[in-house]
Design a protein around this ligand. Structure first.
Ligand code: FES
Length: 95
């Protein structure tokens, strides 16, 4: 089962393969910024991927559109649009 680790001092989360990243973080008790509740509109749920970018699902059309229109850097993913496939390490500016 994939493990989500954190750059800052937090306990890692063990999650099911294929789980939605935003849901996994929220279920783990971490706040995730959002104003669209995961509908793929606001891009506020962006998460910095410190390690394991290759262990996430490929970018879908919604994420590509948001990345382009909102100028999201390549080291960040729109968490409500991403599935966790293997171990990753993540961070945000507000944790
Ligand atoms: S929560 Fe709004 S785009 Fe992800």
């Amino acid at each position: 089962m994939p493990v989500i680790s954190f750059k800052k001092n937090r306990t890692p989360l063990t999650v099911s393969k294929g789980v939605n990243l935003m849901k996994a973080l929220l279920d783990g008790g971490l706040p995730v910024a959002s104003s669209c509740s995961g509908d793929g509109v606001c891009a506020k749920c962006k998460i910095i991927i410190v390690e394991g970018m290759e262990n996430l699902s490929t970018e879908n059309e919604t994420e590509s559109f948001l990345r382009e229109s909102k100028g999201i850097p390549k080291d960040q993913r729109i968490s409500c649009q991403v599935q966790v496939l293997d171990d990753i390490t993540v961070d945000t500016t507000y944790w």
